[in-house]
Write a protein that binds this ligand. Structure first.
Ligand code: DGY
Length: 322
């Protein structure tokens, strides 16, 4: 009976919480705004069999050490760079994640960010609200065309491909760079594979979709940004650690690239006094790629399912460590 304990590190949809409560003892850090403090997490996992986590927590060796009865960790995300998977694997703890259910929603956000950045929507919104609109003017808030432009997608996984599919509706030329060739994407979407440098030189929109890893750490730095065209726009909805933010700030400030749309940052939450936020040619969002009500609910449900399977000693729906 309800003897095992699940630690849920953030407020989750009620129906998902009810499901977990019907099967186990549940501790929930019931806040929408703040991450669970480290001392609370360390105290609560002491007798926990499962951790229901998210991208804002660090499930590192210290947390795993503090949880001797742990049977499963599941994150409400496709990315799992916040979890020490190597340590979990060494202890025989399966780590679950939520691929697939968030693909289309994240591609929607990525494309929205691209469009909002190209057409300067947040700046235009501020302009009207601040009562700066005096009369129609030919070059007022002019942006970049999307239709017919070239998009370069770095990381042609599920979400990259879904972004490419949206780009076909805008008659965009699609380039991609990926660890391996994607013949299906080439056939279905007319996407063309490029070396990274060639993609950066050719694309009007560089969209970074690569997962975070040692290999992709600061993948976009001074050298890479310098290869981009002056009218080019950089979009990142993958992970902030894939980008050298100091280099990005400089190329944007010096107008060596045209603009950037960012949903993710090296340090999250990014603070309002961060240099990037002083620039008008930067459009930002608070890591909301998968944030539709339906998708977040599906992600929470899938995470719960992973947890319940892990507690029952069954194979998780989606695991990152077998
Ligand atoms: C993920 O799933 O990895 C996102 O960053 C959060 O939706």
């Amino acid at each position: 009976m309800n003897s095992k304990k699940i630690v849920v590190t953030r407020k989750i949809p009620q129906e998902v919480l009810e499901l977990l409560k019907s099967r186990a003892e549940v501790y929930v850090w019931d806040s929408d705004e703040e991450s669970i403090p480290q001392d609370v997490l360390l105290a609560e996992v002491r007798d926990a069999a499962a951790i229901f986590t998210n991208v804002a927590d660090s499930i590192n060796k210290t947390v795993l050490d503090a949880a001797p009865a742990l049977q499963v960790v599941a994150t409400m995300a496709v990315g799992y760079d916040n979890i020490d998977v190597k340590e979990a694997t060494r202890r025989g703890i399966p780590v679950g994640h939520t691929p697939g259910v968030l693909t289309e929603t994240t591609a929607d956000l990525t494309f929205s960010l691209l469009m909002a950045t190209a057409r300067r929507i947040p700046e235009a919104d501020r302009f009207v609200r601040e009562d700066k609109w005096k009369s129609w003017s030919p070059m007022l808030l002019t942006g970049q065309d999307i239709y017919g432009a070239t998009i370069g997608i770095i990381g042609m996984g599920r979400i990259g491909e879904a972004v490419a599919k949206r780009a076909t509706g805008f008659d965009m030329k699609i380039l991609y760079h990926n660890r391996s060739r994607r013949p299906e994407a080439e056939a279905a979407l007319g996407a063309k594979c490029r070396e990274l440098d060639d993609l950066l030189r050719e694309a009007d929109y560089v969209v970074l979709m690569a997962p975070a890893s040692q290999e992709t750490r600061k993948l976009m730095g001074e050298r890479e940004f310098s290869l981009m065209k002056p009218n080019a726009i950089f979009i990142n909805s993958s992970r902030g650690t894939n980008v050298d933010e100091e280099a990005l700030y400089l190329v944007l400030k010096e107008k060596r690239i045209w603009a950037a749309g960012l949903d993710v940052f090296e340090q999250e939450p990014i603070r309002a006094d961060h240099p990037l936020l002083s620039l008008d040619n930067v459009v930002v969002a608070p890591h909301i790629g998968s944030a539709s009500i339906a998708t977040r609910t599906k992600m929470a449900m899938m995470t719960a399912e992973n947890i319940l399977r892990g507690l029952a000693g069954e194979k998780l729906l989606h695991t990152v460590n077998g």
